[in-house]
Design a protein around this ligand. Structure first.
Ligand code: SF4
Length: 393
C-alpha cells in the first residue's frame, strides 16, 4: 500500500469509527485495508450501538417442514425431488412433537422453513400455523422465506397483501429473511437460475415489514461475487432499513445474519470459491460499519464453528444467533458439522470472550439473564446437570 492510500484508509476508518455513514466507494475501500484496523473500527461501533458488556442469543428450534423443492438451487444440498426416497413433508403432529421438545428446554420461537413444495396447498400452511398456535400458544412462529412466499403468491390466487394477511391471521409472527445470499441478480442467476430475484425478495420483505412482521437481513459470501457486489448488497439492505424506519414505525430488520457458502454435495462444489474464516471476519466487520442503521449483527457458528463465532464478537457481532436444535440446510452442504448448540455452549463462548450472556427473544429484547455458574460449573463436572438447568439440545 502506498503512503497516499494509507492516509485515505485512515480517514475512512476514522469516519467509520465516529459513526458517520460511509458511501459506496468508502465501503468498498474497507475490503482493501488491514483487517485488524477494520475490525477495531467495527468493534468500536458495536460497543456504542449495543450494550458493550452483553452478548445475546435465542433459545429456538429450526424446523424444516418439507425438503421437497422445485427451485433446485445449485448451492443447495438440502432439497429433494418428490420421487427421491428420502424426501419428506412433516405432518402437524410431527411438527408439534418438535415444538414440545423446544418448550421443555425453555425455547420461545421456531424458525420454520422448507422447500418450495408444489404439492402443498394454502390449507397446509394456514392449518399448520393455526395448529401450532392452538397447541403451543407461547411459541412465536417466524416462518417461510421470501422464496416460499413468492411460490404461495403465484400458486394460490392471492395478492401479496392478501396472502400475508391470511398467514398473519392464521398465526404467523415473522418472516425470516432467508434467501438473501447476495442480492445482485448477476450472482443469483449463476448460483441458482430459478432463485427468487432481488426485486421480489425486497418487495416481499417490504410488505412484511409494513405489516409489522419480524424480519432479518441475510448475506452469504463465497459465490465468487466481487467486493462491489457485496457493497451493493449491503447498501440495498441499508436503504430498506432506512425506508422501514421512516415508513413503518421502525419495523425494519431486527438483525443481520451472514455466513459463508458451503458447497459439499452440491452442484457448485469445485465451481465456487467459498470463503475463508479471514474473509468471513472481514465481511462481518465491513457489514457492522456499513449497516449503521442495523444494531444487531449475528455471529454464525453453523457456518464457521464455535471458535470463529467467538472471534466474531470482536469483529462487529453482538449476538450468537440461536441454539437451533436442528440445522439441516447449511450443515447438509458441509459447514462445521454443527446442527445445534446448547445453552451452555453459547454461554461458554460469550463468557470466555469476556461478555455477559443474555437470552433474548426474536426481536432481540432480553428476556432472561442466565445464571452462568449453574450452567458452567455443574454442567462441566456432570453433563447430566446441563439438562437439569434447562440447556437446549
Ligand atoms: S435453497 Fe431453498 S429454494 Fe433453493 S433448492 Fe434449497 S430448499 Fe429449494
Amino acid at each position: 500500500m502506498i503512503a497516499g492510500d494509507d492516509v485515505v484508509g485512515a480517514e475512512i476508518l476514522q469516519k467509520a469509527a465516529s459513526g458517520e455513514r460511509l458511501n459506496a466507494p468508502e465501503i468498498e475501500a474497507l475490503y482493501h485495508l488491514p483487517l485488524p484496523d477494520v475490525a477495531a473500527a467495527a468493534h468500536e461501533l458495536r460497543l456504542t450501538r449495543r450494550d458493550p458488556d452483553v452478548v445475546t442469543f435465542l433459545i429456538d428450534r429450526n424446523i424444516n417442514y418439507t425438503n421437497i423443492c422445485n427451485v433446485g438451487c445449485n448451492f443447495c444440498a438440502f432439497y429433494r425431488t418428490r420421487r427421491q426416497s428420502d424426501s419428506y413433508t412433516l405432518d402437524y403432529d410431527q411438527i408439534s412433537a418438535k415444538i414440545t421438545e423446544l418448550e421443555a428446554v425453555g425455547g420461545t420461537r421456531i424458525l420454520m422453513q422448507g422447500g418450495v413444495n408444489p404439492e402443498l396447498g394454502l390449507d397446509y400452511y394456514t392449518g399448520l400455523l393455526r395448529h401450532i398456535k392452538a397447541h403451543h400458544p407461547g411459541i412465536r412462529i417466524d416462518a417461510f422465506s421470501p422464496e416460499e412466499v413468492l411460490f404461495m403468491e403465484r400458486s394460490f390466487g392471492l395478492s401479496l397483501d392478501e396472502l400475508l394477511d391470511t398467514l398473519i391471521a392464521a398465526g404467523l409472527d415473522g418472516l425470516p429473511g432467508a434467501g438473501g445470499e447476495i442480492l445482485e441478480d448477476d450472482v443469483r442467476k449463476k448460483a441458482a437460475p430459478a432463485r427468487i430475484r432481488s426485486e421480489d425478495w425486497f418487495r416481499i420483505i417490504d410488505a412484511a415489514q409494513r405489516k409489522g412482521l419480524y424480519t432479518i437481513a441475510t448475506m452469504v459470501i463465497g459465490f465468487g461475487e466481487s467486493y462491489a457486489q457485496r457493497t451493493r448488497h449491503l447498501l440495498k439492505i441499508r436503504e430498506q432499513q432506512d425506508r422501514a424506519n421512516a415508513l413503518y414505525g421502525g419495523n425494519g430488520f431486527s438483525g443481520f445474519a451472514m455466513w459463508t457458502l458451503q458447497t459439499e454435495h452440491t452442484r457448485l462444489h469445485g465451481r465456487a470459491p467459498g470463503a475463508t474464516a479471514h474473509e468471513y471476519l472481514q465481511q462481518l466487520a465491513v457489514a457492522r460499519i456499513a449497516l449503521d442503521n442495523l444494531p444487531n449483527i449475528q455471529a454464525s457458528w453453523p457456518g464457521q464453528g464455535f471458535k470463529v463465532a467467538q472471534a466474531s464478537l470482536y469483529y462487529g457481532a453482538n449476538d450468537l444467533g440461536s441454539t437451533m436444535m436442528e440445522e439441516n440446510v447449511v450443515s447438509a452442504a458441509g459447514g462445521h458439522g454443527r446442527h445445534k448448540a446448547t445453552v451452555r455452549e453459547l454461554i461458554r463462548i460469550a463468557v470466555d470472550a469476556g461478555f455477559t450472556p443474555a437470552i433474548r427473544n426474536s426481536r432481540f429484547q432480553i428476556i432472561e439473564w442466565p445464571e452462568v455458574g449453574a450452567y458452567l460449573d455443574h454442567a462441566e463436572a456432570n453433563p447430566e446437570a446441563e439438562r437439569a438447568v434447562g440447556a437446549a439440545g
